[in-house]
Design a protein around this ligand. Structure first.
Ligand code: OOB
Length: 543
Protein backbone atom coordinates (compact mmCIF):
# COMPACT_ATOMS: atom_id res chain seq x y z
CA UNK A 1 0.00 0.00 0.00
CA UNK A 2 1.06 3.59 -0.69
CA UNK A 3 3.67 4.82 1.77
CA UNK A 4 2.06 6.77 4.63
CA UNK A 5 -1.14 4.67 4.66
CA UNK A 6 -2.30 2.00 7.10
CA UNK A 7 -3.33 -1.27 5.44
CA UNK A 8 -6.01 -3.57 6.83
CA UNK A 9 -4.39 -6.50 8.65
CA UNK A 10 -4.04 -9.47 6.29
CA UNK A 11 -6.61 -11.60 8.14
CA UNK A 12 -9.25 -8.88 7.66
CA UNK A 13 -8.33 -8.37 4.02
CA UNK A 14 -8.61 -12.12 3.43
CA UNK A 15 -11.99 -12.21 5.15
CA UNK A 16 -13.35 -9.28 3.10
CA UNK A 17 -12.18 -10.94 -0.11
CA UNK A 18 -13.60 -14.34 0.84
CA UNK A 19 -16.98 -12.74 1.65
CA UNK A 20 -17.03 -11.14 -1.81
CA UNK A 21 -16.85 -7.56 -0.53
CA UNK A 22 -13.48 -6.85 -2.09
CA UNK A 23 -13.66 -8.04 -5.66
CA UNK A 24 -10.37 -6.84 -7.11
CA UNK A 25 -12.04 -4.44 -9.54
CA UNK A 26 -10.42 -1.03 -10.09
CA UNK A 27 -12.03 2.31 -10.97
CA UNK A 28 -10.44 2.20 -14.41
CA UNK A 29 -12.07 -1.16 -15.15
CA UNK A 30 -15.30 -0.08 -13.50
CA UNK A 31 -16.07 2.59 -16.12
CA UNK A 32 -14.81 0.41 -18.96
CA UNK A 33 -17.18 -2.38 -17.97
CA UNK A 34 -20.13 0.00 -17.46
CA UNK A 35 -19.48 1.57 -20.86
CA UNK A 36 -19.64 -1.87 -22.49
CA UNK A 37 -22.90 -2.74 -20.76
CA UNK A 38 -24.74 0.58 -21.02
CA UNK A 39 -22.95 2.15 -24.03
CA UNK A 40 -25.76 4.21 -25.54
CA UNK A 41 -27.55 5.13 -22.37
CA UNK A 42 -27.07 8.64 -21.03
CA UNK A 43 -24.55 8.61 -18.16
CA UNK A 44 -24.22 12.25 -17.25
CA UNK A 45 -26.10 15.48 -17.84
CA UNK A 46 -24.88 18.91 -16.79
CA UNK A 47 -23.66 22.34 -17.86
CA UNK A 48 -25.51 22.02 -21.16
CA UNK A 49 -23.95 18.64 -21.98
CA UNK A 50 -25.33 15.12 -22.17
CA UNK A 51 -22.85 12.24 -22.47
CA UNK A 52 -23.60 8.57 -22.96
CA UNK A 53 -21.60 5.90 -21.15
CA UNK A 54 -19.61 5.31 -24.34
CA UNK A 55 -18.88 9.04 -24.65
CA UNK A 56 -17.80 9.37 -21.05
CA UNK A 57 -15.52 6.38 -21.52
CA UNK A 58 -14.02 7.76 -24.74
CA UNK A 59 -13.51 11.17 -23.17
CA UNK A 60 -11.76 9.61 -20.19
CA UNK A 61 -9.40 7.88 -22.64
CA UNK A 62 -8.70 11.06 -24.60
CA UNK A 63 -8.16 13.04 -21.42
CA UNK A 64 -5.90 10.33 -19.96
CA UNK A 65 -3.75 10.44 -23.07
CA UNK A 66 -3.57 14.24 -22.96
CA UNK A 67 -2.73 14.29 -19.25
CA UNK A 68 0.00 11.69 -19.83
CA UNK A 69 1.53 13.96 -22.48
CA UNK A 70 1.48 16.78 -19.94
CA UNK A 71 3.54 14.57 -17.65
CA UNK A 72 0.96 12.90 -15.38
CA UNK A 73 1.89 9.29 -14.70
CA UNK A 74 0.97 6.34 -12.51
CA UNK A 75 1.17 7.16 -8.80
CA UNK A 76 1.01 10.94 -9.27
CA UNK A 77 -1.41 12.89 -7.10
CA UNK A 78 -3.64 15.51 -8.72
CA UNK A 79 -5.80 17.91 -6.71
CA UNK A 80 -9.19 18.13 -8.41
CA UNK A 81 -11.33 21.11 -7.44
CA UNK A 82 -14.26 21.22 -9.82
CA UNK A 83 -17.89 22.15 -9.34
CA UNK A 84 -20.70 19.92 -10.60
CA UNK A 85 -19.76 19.79 -14.30
CA UNK A 86 -19.38 16.63 -16.44
CA UNK A 87 -15.64 17.32 -16.73
CA UNK A 88 -15.30 16.31 -13.07
CA UNK A 89 -16.16 12.73 -14.05
CA UNK A 90 -14.05 12.88 -17.19
CA UNK A 91 -10.97 14.06 -15.31
CA UNK A 92 -11.15 11.63 -12.40
CA UNK A 93 -11.74 8.63 -14.65
CA UNK A 94 -8.85 9.82 -16.84
CA UNK A 95 -6.65 9.88 -13.75
CA UNK A 96 -7.80 6.37 -12.81
CA UNK A 97 -6.86 5.18 -16.30
CA UNK A 98 -3.33 6.49 -15.71
CA UNK A 99 -3.09 5.00 -12.23
CA UNK A 100 -2.86 8.58 -10.93
CA UNK A 101 -4.66 9.56 -7.70
CA UNK A 102 -7.29 12.30 -7.53
CA UNK A 103 -7.28 14.38 -4.35
CA UNK A 104 -10.85 15.61 -3.98
CA UNK A 105 -11.22 19.24 -2.92
CA UNK A 106 -14.58 20.99 -2.54
CA UNK A 107 -15.46 24.12 -4.55
CA UNK A 108 -15.79 25.96 -1.22
CA UNK A 109 -12.11 25.47 -0.42
CA UNK A 110 -9.78 28.40 -0.83
CA UNK A 111 -6.04 29.00 -1.03
CA UNK A 112 -5.37 27.87 2.52
CA UNK A 113 -6.93 24.43 2.10
CA UNK A 114 -5.73 23.89 -1.48
CA UNK A 115 -2.15 24.81 -0.56
CA UNK A 116 -2.27 22.30 2.27
CA UNK A 117 -3.68 19.56 0.02
CA UNK A 118 -1.06 20.17 -2.66
CA UNK A 119 1.76 20.16 -0.13
CA UNK A 120 0.66 17.11 1.86
CA UNK A 121 0.09 14.97 -1.20
CA UNK A 122 3.03 16.36 -3.20
CA UNK A 123 0.54 17.05 -5.99
CA UNK A 124 1.85 17.08 -9.54
CA UNK A 125 -1.06 19.11 -10.86
CA UNK A 126 -4.16 21.06 -9.86
CA UNK A 127 -7.42 21.10 -11.82
CA UNK A 128 -9.83 23.98 -11.21
CA UNK A 129 -12.59 25.80 -13.04
CA UNK A 130 -12.41 29.46 -14.11
CA UNK A 131 -15.23 30.87 -11.98
CA UNK A 132 -17.95 29.35 -9.89
CA UNK A 133 -20.31 30.75 -7.28
CA UNK A 134 -18.86 34.25 -7.70
CA UNK A 135 -15.29 33.11 -7.03
CA UNK A 136 -12.39 33.24 -9.47
CA UNK A 137 -10.23 30.14 -8.99
CA UNK A 138 -7.55 31.48 -11.31
CA UNK A 139 -6.84 34.32 -8.90
CA UNK A 140 -6.60 31.79 -6.07
CA UNK A 141 -4.00 29.90 -8.14
CA UNK A 142 -2.15 33.12 -8.90
CA UNK A 143 -1.96 33.82 -5.16
CA UNK A 144 -0.51 30.35 -4.66
CA UNK A 145 1.96 30.96 -7.51
CA UNK A 146 3.22 34.12 -5.82
CA UNK A 147 3.86 32.12 -2.65
CA UNK A 148 5.47 29.31 -4.60
CA UNK A 149 2.87 26.78 -3.44
CA UNK A 150 1.04 26.00 -6.71
CA UNK A 151 1.97 22.86 -8.63
CA UNK A 152 3.70 23.57 -11.91
CA UNK A 153 0.81 22.19 -13.95
CA UNK A 154 -2.55 23.91 -13.47
CA UNK A 155 -5.46 22.98 -15.72
CA UNK A 156 -8.52 25.19 -15.93
CA UNK A 157 -12.00 24.27 -17.16
CA UNK A 158 -13.38 27.25 -19.10
CA UNK A 159 -11.40 30.45 -19.64
CA UNK A 160 -7.92 29.35 -18.65
CA UNK A 161 -6.15 32.70 -18.30
CA UNK A 162 -2.45 31.90 -18.40
CA UNK A 163 -2.99 28.27 -17.45
CA UNK A 164 -3.55 25.11 -19.50
CA UNK A 165 -7.13 24.95 -20.79
CA UNK A 166 -8.69 21.62 -19.85
CA UNK A 167 -10.41 21.54 -23.23
CA UNK A 168 -7.06 21.51 -24.96
CA UNK A 169 -5.58 18.81 -22.76
CA UNK A 170 -7.74 16.16 -24.43
CA UNK A 171 -5.77 14.19 -27.04
CA UNK A 172 -7.16 13.82 -30.58
CA UNK A 173 -6.80 10.07 -30.47
CA UNK A 174 -6.27 7.99 -27.36
CA UNK A 175 -3.03 6.10 -26.82
CA UNK A 176 -3.65 2.94 -24.79
CA UNK A 177 0.09 2.69 -24.10
CA UNK A 178 -0.29 5.35 -21.39
CA UNK A 179 -2.87 3.41 -19.37
CA UNK A 180 -1.53 1.75 -16.25
CA UNK A 181 -3.12 -1.07 -14.31
CA UNK A 182 -3.73 -0.21 -10.66
CA UNK A 183 -3.54 -2.56 -7.70
CA UNK A 184 -7.12 -2.88 -6.40
CA UNK A 185 -5.85 -3.16 -2.82
CA UNK A 186 -4.00 0.12 -3.12
CA UNK A 187 -5.12 3.73 -2.69
CA UNK A 188 -7.31 5.01 -5.54
CA UNK A 189 -7.84 8.59 -4.34
CA UNK A 190 -7.94 10.87 -1.33
CA UNK A 191 -11.00 12.32 0.35
CA UNK A 192 -10.74 15.17 2.80
CA UNK A 193 -11.77 14.77 6.43
CA UNK A 194 -13.98 17.37 8.09
CA UNK A 195 -11.20 17.60 10.62
CA UNK A 196 -10.80 18.18 14.31
CA UNK A 197 -7.17 19.25 14.22
CA UNK A 198 -5.18 22.23 13.01
CA UNK A 199 -5.01 21.02 9.43
CA UNK A 200 -7.51 18.91 7.46
CA UNK A 201 -6.52 15.24 7.28
CA UNK A 202 -6.37 13.19 4.12
CA UNK A 203 -8.32 9.98 3.82
CA UNK A 204 -6.82 7.32 1.55
CA UNK A 205 -9.50 5.08 -0.01
CA UNK A 206 -8.69 1.94 -1.97
CA UNK A 207 -10.38 0.59 -5.11
CA UNK A 208 -11.47 -2.51 -3.19
CA UNK A 209 -12.95 -0.74 -0.20
CA UNK A 210 -14.65 2.15 -1.98
CA UNK A 211 -16.14 0.12 -4.83
CA UNK A 212 -17.63 -2.21 -2.25
CA UNK A 213 -19.36 0.72 -0.53
CA UNK A 214 -20.58 1.96 -3.93
CA UNK A 215 -22.06 -1.42 -4.96
CA UNK A 216 -23.64 -2.07 -1.57
CA UNK A 217 -25.07 1.47 -1.45
CA UNK A 218 -26.57 1.13 -4.93
CA UNK A 219 -28.32 -2.01 -3.70
CA UNK A 220 -29.62 -0.51 -0.44
CA UNK A 221 -30.96 2.46 -2.41
CA UNK A 222 -32.54 0.18 -5.01
CA UNK A 223 -30.81 1.84 -7.97
CA UNK A 224 -31.20 0.50 -11.49
CA UNK A 225 -30.93 1.61 -15.13
CA UNK A 226 -34.08 3.74 -14.64
CA UNK A 227 -32.52 5.73 -11.82
CA UNK A 228 -32.06 9.44 -12.45
CA UNK A 229 -29.92 10.90 -9.67
CA UNK A 230 -29.60 14.61 -9.07
CA UNK A 231 -26.20 15.60 -7.66
CA UNK A 232 -27.29 18.76 -5.84
CA UNK A 233 -24.45 18.77 -3.29
CA UNK A 234 -20.84 19.27 -4.45
CA UNK A 235 -20.08 15.95 -6.17
CA UNK A 236 -16.58 15.61 -4.72
CA UNK A 237 -18.04 15.07 -1.25
CA UNK A 238 -18.39 11.47 -0.12
CA UNK A 239 -22.21 11.65 0.20
CA UNK A 240 -23.06 12.60 -3.43
CA UNK A 241 -20.10 10.56 -4.68
CA UNK A 242 -20.75 7.17 -3.16
CA UNK A 243 -23.74 7.02 -0.83
CA UNK A 244 -24.85 5.90 -3.42
CA UNK A 245 -24.00 9.12 -5.26
CA UNK A 246 -22.89 9.43 -8.85
CA UNK A 247 -20.70 6.34 -8.63
CA UNK A 248 -23.58 4.20 -7.37
CA UNK A 249 -25.68 5.45 -10.27
CA UNK A 250 -22.99 4.64 -12.84
CA UNK A 251 -22.67 1.21 -11.26
CA UNK A 252 -26.39 0.65 -11.85
CA UNK A 253 -26.44 2.06 -15.39
CA UNK A 254 -28.57 5.05 -14.39
CA UNK A 255 -28.27 8.73 -15.24
CA UNK A 256 -26.44 11.40 -13.25
CA UNK A 257 -27.80 14.94 -13.45
CA UNK A 258 -25.42 17.59 -12.13
CA UNK A 259 -26.96 20.67 -10.53
CA UNK A 260 -24.76 23.79 -10.42
CA UNK A 261 -26.15 24.55 -6.95
CA UNK A 262 -28.81 23.15 -4.60
CA UNK A 263 -31.06 26.25 -4.52
CA UNK A 264 -34.73 25.19 -4.80
CA UNK A 265 -35.34 27.09 -8.04
CA UNK A 266 -32.33 25.41 -9.69
CA UNK A 267 -32.53 21.92 -8.24
CA UNK A 268 -36.32 21.44 -8.25
CA UNK A 269 -36.52 22.69 -11.84
CA UNK A 270 -34.05 19.91 -12.75
CA UNK A 271 -36.09 17.35 -10.80
CA UNK A 272 -39.07 18.32 -12.94
CA UNK A 273 -37.41 18.54 -16.36
CA UNK A 274 -35.03 15.58 -16.00
CA UNK A 275 -37.57 13.38 -14.18
CA UNK A 276 -35.20 12.83 -11.26
CA UNK A 277 -35.95 9.77 -9.10
CA UNK A 278 -33.49 10.23 -6.21
CA UNK A 279 -31.36 13.00 -4.78
CA UNK A 280 -29.31 13.80 -1.69
CA UNK A 281 -29.18 16.95 0.43
CA UNK A 282 -28.01 18.24 3.80
CA UNK A 283 -30.69 19.30 6.33
CA UNK A 284 -30.63 23.08 5.63
CA UNK A 285 -31.23 22.40 1.93
CA UNK A 286 -34.04 19.98 2.75
CA UNK A 287 -35.64 22.76 4.81
CA UNK A 288 -35.32 25.22 1.92
CA UNK A 289 -36.91 22.76 -0.50
CA UNK A 290 -39.75 21.93 1.90
CA UNK A 291 -40.52 25.60 2.43
CA UNK A 292 -40.22 26.48 -1.26
CA UNK A 293 -42.70 23.75 -2.19
CA UNK A 294 -45.09 24.20 0.71
CA UNK A 295 -45.18 28.00 1.04
CA UNK A 296 -42.96 29.42 -1.67
CA UNK A 297 -42.22 29.72 -5.34
CA UNK A 298 -41.86 26.00 -6.14
CA UNK A 299 -45.39 24.87 -5.25
CA UNK A 300 -46.39 24.33 -8.87
CA UNK A 301 -43.55 21.99 -9.77
CA UNK A 302 -44.27 18.47 -10.95
CA UNK A 303 -42.07 16.43 -8.60
CA UNK A 304 -43.96 13.20 -9.22
CA UNK A 305 -40.86 11.41 -10.55
CA UNK A 306 -39.04 11.80 -7.21
CA UNK A 307 -39.09 8.58 -5.21
CA UNK A 308 -36.41 9.17 -2.57
CA UNK A 309 -34.97 12.20 -0.81
CA UNK A 310 -31.79 11.33 1.05
CA UNK A 311 -30.89 13.63 3.91
CA UNK A 312 -27.58 13.41 5.75
CA UNK A 313 -24.33 15.09 6.69
CA UNK A 314 -25.86 16.57 9.84
CA UNK A 315 -28.76 15.73 12.14
CA UNK A 316 -32.17 16.10 10.51
CA UNK A 317 -34.77 17.11 13.09
CA UNK A 318 -37.72 14.67 13.31
CA UNK A 319 -40.22 17.56 12.93
CA UNK A 320 -38.71 18.44 9.55
CA UNK A 321 -38.25 14.78 8.61
CA UNK A 322 -42.00 14.16 9.01
CA UNK A 323 -42.78 16.84 6.41
CA UNK A 324 -40.86 15.14 3.60
CA UNK A 325 -43.49 12.65 2.48
CA UNK A 326 -46.56 14.91 2.65
CA UNK A 327 -44.82 17.93 1.07
CA UNK A 328 -42.56 16.35 -1.54
CA UNK A 329 -44.51 13.15 -2.09
CA UNK A 330 -41.46 10.90 -1.78
CA UNK A 331 -39.79 8.66 0.78
CA UNK A 332 -37.17 10.01 3.17
CA UNK A 333 -33.92 8.13 3.60
CA UNK A 334 -31.60 9.33 6.35
CA UNK A 335 -27.90 8.85 5.72
CA UNK A 336 -25.34 9.09 8.50
CA UNK A 337 -21.94 8.65 6.95
CA UNK A 338 -18.37 9.84 7.07
CA UNK A 339 -15.57 10.21 4.54
CA UNK A 340 -13.53 7.83 6.72
CA UNK A 341 -15.90 5.02 5.77
CA UNK A 342 -18.96 3.83 7.70
CA UNK A 343 -22.29 4.80 6.17
CA UNK A 344 -25.64 4.15 7.87
CA UNK A 345 -28.93 4.25 6.02
CA UNK A 346 -32.55 3.98 6.98
CA UNK A 347 -33.92 1.39 4.57
CA UNK A 348 -36.55 2.22 1.97
CA UNK A 349 -39.02 -0.26 3.49
CA UNK A 350 -38.53 0.97 7.07
CA UNK A 351 -41.64 2.19 8.92
CA UNK A 352 -42.09 5.98 8.77
CA UNK A 353 -41.21 6.18 12.47
CA UNK A 354 -37.74 4.71 11.84
CA UNK A 355 -37.08 6.86 8.76
CA UNK A 356 -38.03 10.08 10.54
CA UNK A 357 -36.44 9.56 13.95
CA UNK A 358 -33.25 7.55 13.38
CA UNK A 359 -30.10 7.86 11.31
CA UNK A 360 -30.27 4.27 10.13
CA UNK A 361 -28.05 1.23 10.44
CA UNK A 362 -24.76 0.20 8.87
CA UNK A 363 -24.56 -0.49 5.17
CA UNK A 364 -22.65 -3.74 5.52
CA UNK A 365 -23.19 -6.85 7.66
CA UNK A 366 -19.41 -6.68 8.17
CA UNK A 367 -19.51 -3.18 9.68
CA UNK A 368 -18.57 -3.55 13.34
CA UNK A 369 -20.14 -1.02 15.69
CA UNK A 370 -19.26 -0.29 19.32
CA UNK A 371 -20.99 2.24 21.53
CA UNK A 372 -18.68 2.92 24.47
CA UNK A 373 -18.08 5.17 27.49
CA UNK A 374 -15.06 7.44 28.03
CA UNK A 375 -12.98 4.40 29.00
CA UNK A 376 -13.95 2.46 25.86
CA UNK A 377 -16.26 0.12 27.81
CA UNK A 378 -19.53 -0.78 26.07
CA UNK A 379 -22.50 1.19 27.45
CA UNK A 380 -25.73 -0.67 28.29
CA UNK A 381 -28.11 -1.18 25.36
CA UNK A 382 -29.98 1.96 24.39
CA UNK A 383 -27.66 4.35 26.23
CA UNK A 384 -25.64 7.14 24.65
CA UNK A 385 -21.94 6.57 24.06
CA UNK A 386 -19.07 7.16 21.66
CA UNK A 387 -19.43 5.46 18.32
CA UNK A 388 -16.45 3.35 17.26
CA UNK A 389 -16.40 1.42 14.01
CA UNK A 390 -14.34 -0.97 11.92
CA UNK A 391 -15.17 -2.68 8.66
CA UNK A 392 -14.51 -3.43 4.99
CA UNK A 393 -14.71 0.20 3.85
CA UNK A 394 -13.58 2.12 6.94
CA UNK A 395 -9.98 3.32 6.87
CA UNK A 396 -7.41 2.12 9.39
CA UNK A 397 -5.48 5.41 9.39
CA UNK A 398 -5.26 8.89 7.88
CA UNK A 399 -2.53 9.65 5.36
CA UNK A 400 0.87 10.51 6.88
CA UNK A 401 -0.59 11.15 10.32
CA UNK A 402 1.00 8.69 12.74
CA UNK A 403 0.61 10.84 15.84
CA UNK A 404 -3.03 11.66 15.10
CA UNK A 405 -3.79 8.05 14.15
CA UNK A 406 -2.62 6.89 17.57
CA UNK A 407 -5.61 8.63 19.16
CA UNK A 408 -8.11 8.59 16.27
CA UNK A 409 -8.09 4.76 16.16
CA UNK A 410 -8.15 2.13 18.91
CA UNK A 411 -5.34 -0.40 19.19
CA UNK A 412 -7.54 -2.96 17.48
CA UNK A 413 -8.27 -0.69 14.54
CA UNK A 414 -11.64 0.87 15.37
CA UNK A 415 -12.11 4.43 14.11
CA UNK A 416 -13.22 6.86 16.80
CA UNK A 417 -15.94 8.76 14.95
CA UNK A 418 -16.29 11.44 17.63
CA UNK A 419 -20.06 11.04 17.38
CA UNK A 420 -22.28 10.36 20.38
CA UNK A 421 -24.98 7.89 19.47
CA UNK A 422 -27.45 5.46 20.93
CA UNK A 423 -28.71 2.27 19.36
CA UNK A 424 -32.48 2.06 19.61
CA UNK A 425 -34.53 -1.11 20.06
CA UNK A 426 -34.91 -1.51 16.28
CA UNK A 427 -31.11 -1.64 15.88
CA UNK A 428 -30.94 1.81 14.33
CA UNK A 429 -28.52 4.51 15.42
CA UNK A 430 -29.65 7.88 16.67
CA UNK A 431 -27.03 10.63 16.66
CA UNK A 432 -27.27 12.44 19.99
CA UNK A 433 -24.31 14.77 19.82
CA UNK A 434 -20.62 15.03 19.29
CA UNK A 435 -17.52 14.69 21.42
CA UNK A 436 -15.10 16.02 18.81
CA UNK A 437 -14.00 19.65 18.49
CA UNK A 438 -15.77 20.06 15.21
CA UNK A 439 -18.61 22.34 14.24
CA UNK A 440 -21.20 20.96 11.83
CA UNK A 441 -22.39 24.01 9.93
CA UNK A 442 -25.32 22.53 8.03
CA UNK A 443 -23.24 19.53 6.92
CA UNK A 444 -20.05 21.51 6.29
CA UNK A 445 -17.49 20.49 8.89
CA UNK A 446 -15.31 23.07 10.62
CA UNK A 447 -12.39 22.14 12.85
CA UNK A 448 -12.30 24.51 15.85
CA UNK A 449 -8.53 24.19 16.06
CA UNK A 450 -7.94 25.01 12.41
CA UNK A 451 -9.90 28.27 12.64
CA UNK A 452 -8.27 29.14 15.99
CA UNK A 453 -4.82 28.79 14.41
CA UNK A 454 -5.74 31.24 11.67
CA UNK A 455 -7.13 33.76 14.18
CA UNK A 456 -3.99 33.39 16.31
CA UNK A 457 -1.91 34.47 13.33
CA UNK A 458 -3.37 37.98 13.67
CA UNK A 459 -0.77 40.16 15.40
CA UNK A 460 -3.33 41.80 17.72
CA UNK A 461 -4.77 38.49 18.94
CA UNK A 462 -3.56 36.98 22.19
CA UNK A 463 -5.77 33.86 22.28
CA UNK A 464 -8.75 32.38 20.45
CA UNK A 465 -11.35 29.67 21.06
CA UNK A 466 -13.86 28.61 18.45
CA UNK A 467 -17.16 26.96 19.34
CA UNK A 468 -20.44 26.07 17.65
CA UNK A 469 -23.55 28.09 18.44
CA UNK A 470 -26.92 26.56 17.80
CA UNK A 471 -28.84 27.84 14.82
CA UNK A 472 -32.37 26.97 13.74
CA UNK A 473 -31.46 26.78 10.07
CA UNK A 474 -27.88 25.43 9.85
CA UNK A 475 -27.97 23.48 13.11
CA UNK A 476 -24.80 25.24 14.16
CA UNK A 477 -22.79 28.29 13.22
CA UNK A 478 -19.21 29.26 14.02
CA UNK A 479 -18.49 31.58 16.94
CA UNK A 480 -15.00 32.80 17.77
CA UNK A 481 -14.07 33.99 21.25
CA UNK A 482 -11.04 36.24 21.08
CA UNK A 483 -8.73 37.76 23.68
CA UNK A 484 -6.93 40.65 22.05
CA UNK A 485 -3.74 42.39 22.93
CA UNK A 486 -3.84 46.10 23.82
CA UNK A 487 -5.29 47.35 20.51
CA UNK A 488 -8.04 44.94 19.47
CA UNK A 489 -8.86 44.55 15.77
CA UNK A 490 -12.42 45.37 14.78
CA UNK A 491 -14.67 42.41 13.93
CA UNK A 492 -14.70 43.21 10.24
CA UNK A 493 -10.94 43.65 10.18
CA UNK A 494 -10.46 40.24 11.77
CA UNK A 495 -12.86 38.58 9.33
CA UNK A 496 -11.15 40.24 6.36
CA UNK A 497 -7.83 38.98 7.72
CA UNK A 498 -9.19 35.42 7.76
CA UNK A 499 -10.59 35.69 4.24
CA UNK A 500 -7.27 37.03 2.98
CA UNK A 501 -5.54 34.01 4.48
CA UNK A 502 -7.56 31.98 2.01
CA UNK A 503 -9.86 30.20 4.44
CA UNK A 504 -13.02 28.58 3.02
CA UNK A 505 -16.01 30.90 3.49
CA UNK A 506 -17.93 28.40 5.63
CA UNK A 507 -15.13 28.44 8.21
CA UNK A 508 -15.16 32.24 8.64
CA UNK A 509 -16.77 32.90 12.07
CA UNK A 510 -20.41 33.99 11.95
CA UNK A 511 -19.94 35.74 15.27
CA UNK A 512 -16.94 37.15 17.12
CA UNK A 513 -16.93 37.88 20.86
CA UNK A 514 -14.03 39.80 22.38
CA UNK A 515 -13.47 38.78 26.01
CA UNK A 516 -10.94 39.39 28.78
CA UNK A 517 -10.29 35.76 29.61
CA UNK A 518 -11.56 32.24 28.84
CA UNK A 519 -13.20 29.91 31.33
CA UNK A 520 -10.80 27.12 32.26
CA UNK A 521 -11.15 23.40 32.87
CA UNK A 522 -9.82 21.72 36.01
CA UNK A 523 -6.31 21.53 34.62
CA UNK A 524 -6.40 25.07 33.28
CA UNK A 525 -7.17 24.39 29.61
CA UNK A 526 -9.66 26.61 27.82
CA UNK A 527 -13.10 25.11 28.36
CA UNK A 528 -14.92 25.14 25.07
CA UNK A 529 -17.83 23.48 26.85
CA UNK A 530 -18.15 26.43 29.27
CA UNK A 531 -17.85 28.87 26.35
CA UNK A 532 -20.71 27.09 24.57
CA UNK A 533 -22.81 27.40 27.73
CA UNK A 534 -21.91 31.06 28.06
CA UNK A 535 -22.86 31.60 24.44
CA UNK A 536 -26.25 29.97 24.74
CA UNK A 537 -26.97 32.09 27.84
CA UNK A 538 -26.03 35.16 25.84
CA UNK A 539 -28.18 34.14 22.86
CA UNK A 540 -31.16 33.36 25.12
CA UNK A 541 -30.91 36.61 27.08
CA UNK A 542 -33.54 39.23 26.20
CA UNK A 543 -32.06 42.14 24.29
C1 OOB B 1 -20.63 13.05 5.75
O1 OOB B 1 -19.28 12.91 5.80
P1 OOB B 1 -18.26 13.94 6.48
O2 OOB B 1 -16.95 13.26 6.46
O3 OOB B 1 -18.40 15.27 5.86
O4 OOB B 1 -18.75 14.13 7.99
C2 OOB B 1 -18.91 13.05 8.88
C3 OOB B 1 -19.58 13.52 10.15
C4 OOB B 1 -20.04 12.40 11.05
O5 OOB B 1 -18.99 11.89 11.84
C5 OOB B 1 -21.11 13.11 11.86
O6 OOB B 1 -20.52 13.92 12.84
C6 OOB B 1 -21.76 14.00 10.84
O7 OOB B 1 -20.78 14.22 9.84
N1 OOB B 1 -22.94 13.40 10.20
C7 OOB B 1 -24.18 13.33 10.76
C8 OOB B 1 -25.02 12.71 9.79
N2 OOB B 1 -24.26 12.42 8.69
C9 OOB B 1 -23.01 12.86 8.97
N3 OOB B 1 -24.64 13.71 11.97
C10 OOB B 1 -25.97 13.49 12.22
N4 OOB B 1 -26.82 12.91 11.34
C11 OOB B 1 -26.40 12.51 10.13
N5 OOB B 1 -27.28 11.94 9.26
O8 OOB B 1 -21.22 13.97 6.28
C12 OOB B 1 -21.36 11.99 4.98
C13 OOB B 1 -20.67 11.04 4.26
C14 OOB B 1 -21.35 10.06 3.55
C15 OOB B 1 -22.74 10.05 3.58
C16 OOB B 1 -23.43 11.00 4.27
C17 OOB B 1 -22.75 11.98 4.99
Amino acid sequence: MLDGCTPWPEEFAARYRAAGYWTGETFGEFLRERARRFADRVAVVGAGQRWTYAELDARADAMATGLARLGIASGDRVVVQLPNIPELLEVVFALFRLGALPVYALPAHRGSEITHLCATTGAKALVVTDRHGGFDYRSMVEGMRRQGTAPELVLVAGEAGGHVPLDRARAESPDPAVYAAADPADVAFFQLSGGTTGLPKLIPRTHDDYLYSVRASAEVCDLGPDTVYLAALPAAHNFPMSSPGFLGVLHAGGRVVLAPNPAPETALALVETERVTITAVVPPIALLWLDAVEHGTQGGRDLSSLRVLQVGGAKFAPEAARRVRPVLGCALQQVFGMAEGLVNYTRLDDPEQVATTTQGRPLSPADEIRVVDDADRPVPDGEVGHLLTRGPYTIRGYYRADAHNATAFTDDGFYRTGDLVRMDASGNLVVEGRAKDQINRGGEKVSAEEVENHILAHPAVHDAAVVGMSDPYLGERVCAYVISRSAPPTRSELLRFLRERGLAAYKIPDRVEFVERFPATGVGKTSRRELRRELSRRLDAPR
